[in-house]
Ligand binder design. Structure first.
Ligand SMILES: Nc1nc2c(ncn2[C@@H]2O[C@H](COP(=O)(O)OP(=O)(O)OP(=O)(O)O)[C@@H](O)[C@H]2O)c(=O)[nH]1
Length: 499
């Protein structure tokens, strides 16, 4: 993800500053120059970058800071808070509520990713338990209905459109009526795009909006246009009463930071960012957690949300029971792999952990990781139930069995051995996790149970990960920050919660 480069540059500038034993004007100036350069490279408007720099200087007045003050920390906090202000439109967006019918209309220029994003958005809410549906009122681009139909079918989302009707308003109204009858609580209307902002497009948007009275109009915009987003977002906001923005293609272009800050400057809230062509490549955009992740400081609430999307609350006790039995079978590993793949990009998941930045996981490496998981799963697909459910599959694995599995999955014997090695390694980690007990007492944790949690986590986490989290002190700070409730939710989601 290209935004990670911006985050990486700023993080490096801060790390360089932290190394200085004495923070003087020169050290602060160098750090701010690096941050300025990174923001300009990301196509953030010059005016905005200048404001960020001036404001940080206002907060960090080295001359007036008392001796003994932790200047490194003050600078870091000032950078964090100024980046947040740069991206904060100061206005929340409408959020659909489950069970309460909402209509959301999508608008945007042709090719911005509008149609793809409609289905991503529907799927996001489907995973949260909504009953979404999509209506294709794009009669301008031939093939738009087919595209929406294909995407919606893949995600099992009901859709409506017409090959013969040319009036977008009629399609929108008919679709709305159909899905209202079917009790859909989130009806999404995809409208036509044009190559540029032209009167005909705005007129059509106005007519569809008048007929469907949407609760929210979402403007979808291509993030690669950088600071030009300001003019575009402003024009759509005035013509179609846009209530929220989704910025797409944040995976492929260095200008993403510029686009995000430009949209914020129009006082329109960005609610999601698109990070790829696939259905799950849509990320919630929330300013503070976003900046936190950008700077490698993690986003635990996002991680908890993601885990809960993948392992629904009603499935958690089942997983927990299996783990507490202490038998980590190949079938359980298979299920964990499925969950991991459902979580989407591993880089994105990692960037939610404090101390990680998605830059740490280069795209190629990420693809390799996913390919490996899929390879292991294909091998397991060739195993019998008895092999998958055996608590000690390594003992069971005779030469003839291994050859049979390798043949059945079209892989080499060494691939099967490799998968079993990985299983052994993970079984060891899970074996340690089964002792992890977090008391559930409505959120608050006693000091004693907090200490026990930390000790158990230290034992369970791979040393490399513990190091990335800042060692035991980093982990302590994390547990303190999360309190009992969130850590319970997270560990529960991973099948590690307590009684
Ligand atoms: N890399 C990347 N590609 C995206 C993203 N979102 C959409 N795309 C791609 O952008 C192209 C255009 O997307 P569409 O959804 O067809 O665009 P549209 O705005 O609906 O276009 P019209 O229907 O013609 O108005 C497609 O190839 C999508 O796969 C994203 O977040 N990242």
């Amino acid at each position: 993800m290209v935004l990670a480069q911006l985050g990486g540059s700023i993080t490096r500038a801060l790390a360089q500053m932290s190394k200085a034993t004495v923070v003087d004007e020169k050290v602060l100036g160098d750090c701010l120059n690096e941050i300025t350069r990174a923001l300009l490279q990301s196509d953030v408007r010059f005016q905005t970058v200048r404001d960020v720099q001036t404001n940080i200087r206002k907060i960090v007045n080295l001359e007036t800071l008392a001796a003994g003050t932790n200047k490194h920390r003050i600078i870091q906090q000032a950078v964090f808070s100024e980046l947040c202000s740069m991206l904060d439109p100061g206005k929340p967006a409408f959020v659909p509520k489950k069970g309460k019918p909402s209509v959301v209309m999508f608008v945007g220029l042709q090719g911005s990713g509008k149609t793809t994003t409609c289905t991503k958005y529907a799927r996001y809410y489907q995973l949260k338990g909504f009953k979404p549906s999509v209506v294709c009122a794009d009669t301008f681009r031939a093939g738009a209905f087919d595209q929406l139909k294909q995407n919606a079918t893949k995600a099992r989302i009901p859709f409506y459109g017409s090959y013969t009707e040319s009036d977008p308003v009629k399609i929108a109204v008919d679709g709305l009526e159909r899905f209202r009858k079917e009790n859909s609580d989130l009806i999404i209307i995809d409208t036509s795009g044009r190559h540029k902002q032209e009167a005909a497009l705005f007129e059509e948007m106005r007519q569809v909006a008048e007929a469907t009275k949407p609760d929210l109009v979402i403007f979808v915009m291509d993030g690669s246009i950088g600071q030009a987003a300001f003019g575009q977002a402003q024009a759509f906001k005035q013509s179609a009463s846009v209530g929220a923005v989704i910025v797409t293609k944040m995976d492929g272009h260095a200008n993403g930071g510029g686009a995000l800050s430009a949209v914020a400057a129009t006082k329109s809230p960005v609610i999601f960012i698109g990070t790829g062509e696939h259905l799950h490549e849509l990320e919630v955009f929330d300013v503070r957690p976003f900046v936190s992740r950008l700077l490698g400081m993690g986003d635990l609430s996002g991680l908890i949300d993601k885990i809960q999307d993948v392992i629904p609350a009603d499935k958690q006790p089942e997983l927990l029971a299996k783990i507490s039995e202490g038998t980590f079978t190949l079938r359980l590993l298979y299920e964990q792999f499925q969950n991991l793949l459902k979580m989407g990009s591993l880089g994105q998941v990692f960037s939610m952990l404090p101390g990680f930045n998605s830059e740490l996981m280069p795209k190629g490496q990420e693809k390799d990781g996913q390919a490996k998981i899929k390879r292991y799963m294909t091998i397991m697909d060739s195993m019998t139930d008895a092999e998958l459910d055996n608590p000690n599959p390594k003992k069971l694995m005779t030469e003839s069995r291994t050859i049979r599995i390798a043949r059945g999955s079209g892989r080499q014997v060494r691939d099967v051995m490799d998968m079993l090695e990985e299983y052994k390694r993970l079984a060891k980690v899970f074996g340690k996790m089964k002792d992890l007990k977090i008391p559930k007492n409505n959120g608050k944790m006693s000091d004693l149970s907090q200490n026990q949690t930390i000790q158990q986590l230290v034992k369970a986490l791979p040393p490399q990960m513990l190091k990335q989290m800042g060692g035991v002190p980093g982990l302590k700070a994390l547990v303190n920050k999360m309190g009992g409730k969130d850590i319970n939710k997270m560990l529960g989601g991973l099948g590690m919660g307590g009684d």
